[in-house]
Structures are given as structure tokens and as C-alpha cells.
Design a protein around this ligand. Structure first.
Ligand code: UD2
Length: 328
């Protein structure tokens, strides 16, 4: 049985690897036999998300553990945190940059923090990649770069009109990736995530992902609140599929300078979602309505052909299966 040890494998750095999406990426990388270094300041990430790989029993036979966790802030740069680990294991081969201030609402309340963490953090990663000769950088962008679009499905070449500092910083980061590819010779790929859901997503804020909130409430038999009429739609993509796309982009050489959507290409209304979650939890919760959120996008749906063509990626997890996995 594979027990989380590797002997000779080039280093993959995952910034934000203790977070919701990051920890699933780490699971997949270690499953693929990669040696992983996580850089995470544990502000929104949790050590518990990586617990199975941090368990000292994984190193009992004398081999090195597959995972090292460095508790550092990416905005301060990667050179100092990675010095010891690269001296021991050799250069960083690939970087997956997921570390971010993750809340759109927080970015509106405090744009300077968002610029600092999400834009400056990306430039720090790219500067390290350039100086250290990293072979590929894969970056977590967001559907938030589009803002309101005239039609769906949303294609990557549609105009981007981000409506929040978060969306603007992700968009600016994509441009910085392009510059580092085109001018500095660092291969990069940006992935625009749609509505990612799955186990380990934190339901604790009112602005947490709707599935994490609905799952949390339905498990406890509490009411689910739909904002507005519930006819608004989203493209909900399971975190295991997202982790697969991220690994494909980071470990493969395809997609340099590409920007691509990561979604399912299927649209689900919030009402449909609420009904499915309630049903999967045994039907105890009531569905109630509250006023629609201001500035809400009505329809969101990814065009998924580019990711299929460039990365050979298609989301495979049906919503009901992903919800079952999320509900545990
Ligand atoms: C998503 C992203 C956000 C940003 C944005 C860009 C997540 C978690 N958020 O926001 O970071 O990229 O897209 O467009 O992926 N809702 C309810 N009841 C609740 C909570 C939510 O009805 O208790 C509705 C909400 O009004 C919205 C839908 O569910 O219509 C999805 O809400 P969300 O906060 O999960 O995600 P979204 O698409 O607003």
C-alpha cells in the first residue's frame, strides 16, 4: 500500500496547500508519487487538512515523508522559506499557486489587503520561478475575472469586467503570468475556477460557498435560505475534479500562456441545488427565501472546450455524487 513516502521525485511547491482546494491538490500529488512542499500561513488553511500526510508514522521506514509544511506568508517571498528544503532535495520543479485572500466580500471591504496578498503574492511566486528556473507555474484564477457577461456559457475570450478588487487582482495576476511567460520564459497556466465545492470547504462565513452552507445546515436539519427566487444558476465543480485539472496544468507541459475555465459546462439553479441537498439529507430541512443579494450575477456557466483541448480535462463528478461525498 502507498503510505505517503517518496525517495527521488522533483519538488512540487503548493502555496495555499493547507486550504480547501490546496489540500485536495496535495492529496492527488502525493498519490501520484510526488514530493510536495506546502507554503501556507494557515490564515484560512488548516493543518488538519493535511493531517494524514503530516503524521510522523508515514516516515517510519526511514524514507523521507512526502510532504513538508512551511508556515510562511507568500507575500514575503519564497526564497528564504525554500532555501533549506531545496538545499536538501534539489530545485523546485513546479509551483502551484493557490495561496490567496479568498473572499470577494473581504476584498471589497479591504482592497489594499487583497492587492497585497493576491497580486503581490503572485508576483513573489513568479519572481521565485524566474530566478530558480521552475519549469511551470499553475495559478488559481477565478470566474470572478469576468464580472457580468452578455451570455453563457462564458468563453475565455469574452471581455473581462471584474466587479470586485478580488476579480481585478486575479485578472492582473493573469496578466503578470502572461508577462513572465512571454518575456521571462517561465511557463505558466491560469485556471479560472467556477463554483468549487466538496469536503473541507469551510461553511463558517455567510459568504462561504453555498454548498458548504447548505450541507452544514441540512445535516443538522436546519432551514436552507435561498437568496432571491432561486432561479440564479451556477456551474458547481467538484474539488476532486479541480485538483485533477490543477495537477494536469502544473505537471504537464501543455497550456503555456493559456488561460482556461475549470467548470463542468452544466448549469444548476440554487433552487434545484437546495432540493437535492435536502433530499440527500433525508428531507428534514425547510427551504425558505430571503431577499436577493445586491449585485448578484444571474447565470454563471463555463465553456469547457478549451480545458478539454489543451489539458485533456473534463469534470467527471456528477453533482449528486459530489454532494454525497461532501455530505459524508
Ligand atoms: C462565487 C465565488 C466567489 C466569486 C464569485 C464570482 C464561491 C464560494 N464564491 O460567488 O468567490 O468568485 O463567484 O462570480 O465559489 N446563496 C443562497 N443561500 C446561501 C448562500 C448563497 O441562496 O445561504 C446563493 C447566492 O445568492 C448565489 C449562489 O447561492 O446566487 C452561489 O453563492 P456563492 O456565495 O456560493 O457563490 P457566488 O457564485 O456568489
Amino acid at each position: 500500500m502507498y503510505r505517503g513516502r517518496v525517495t527521488h521525485s522533483p519538488l512540487v511547491v503548493v502555496t495555499g496547500g493547507a486550504g480547501f482546494i490546496g489540500s485536495h491538490v496535495v492529496d492527488r500529488l502525493i498519490g501520484l508519487g510526488r514530493r510536495v512542499v506546502v507554503i501556507d500561513d494557515l490564515r484560512s488553511g488548516k493543518r488538519a487538512n493535511l493531517a494524514r500526510w503530516l503524521d510522523p508514522r508515514h516516515a517510519l521506514d526511514g524514507a523521507e515523508p512526502a510532504l513538508e509544511l512551511l508556515v510562511n506568508d507568500v507575500t514575503e517571498g519564497l526564497f528564504a522559506p525554500l532555501a533549506a528544503v531545496t538545499a536538501k532535495h534539489g530545485p523546485v520543479d513546479r509551483i502551484i499557486h493557490l495561496a490567496a485572500q479568498v473572499s470577494v466580500v473581504a476584498s471589497i471591504a479591504n482592497p489594499l489587503v487583497d492587492v497585497h496578498v493576491n497580486y503581490r503574492g503572485t508576483v513573489q511566486v513568479l519572481e521565485y520561478a524566474r530566478a530558480a528556473g521552475v519549469k511551470k507555474v499553475a495559478f488559481a484564477s477565478s470566474a470572478a475575472v469576468y464580472g457580468e457577461t452578455d451570455r453563457v456559457p462564458v468563453e475565455e475570450d469574452f471581455p473581462c469586467r471584474p466587479m470586485s478588487p478580488y476579480g481585478i487582482d486575479k485578472y492582473a495576476s493573469e496578466k503578470m503570468l502572461h508577462y513572465y511567460s512571454a518575456v521571462q520564459g517561465v511557463a505558466t497556466t491560469a485556471l479560472r475556477f467556477f463554483n468549487v465545492y466538496g469536503p473541507r470547504q469551510d461553511p463558517s462565513s455567510p459568504y462561504s460557498g453555498v454548498i458548504s452552507i447548505f450541507a452544514d445546515r441540512a445535516r443538522a436539519g436546519r432551514d436552507l435560505t435561498i437568496f432571491g427566487d432561486g432561479e440564479q444558476t451556477r456551474d458547481f465543480v467538484y474539488v476532486g475534479d479541480v485538483a485533477r485539472a490543477v495537477c494536469e496544468a502544473a505537471l504537464g507541459d501543455a497550456g503555456d500562456r493559456a488561460v482556461m475555465n475549470i467548470g463542468t459546462g452544466r448549469e444548476t439553479s440554487v433552487s434545484q441545488l437546495a432540493r437535492t441537498v435536502v433530499e440527500l439529507c433525508g428531507g428534514r430541512s425547510q427551504i425558505v427565501h430571503a431577499p436577493a443579494r445586491a449585485g448578484e450575477i444571474v447565470r454563471s456557466l463555463a465553456a469547457v472546450e478549451r480545458a478539454a483541448t489543451v489539458l485533456g480535462f473534463r469534470a467527471e463528478t456528477a453533482l449528486a455524487d459530489g454532494l454525497r461525498a461532501t455530505l459524508g
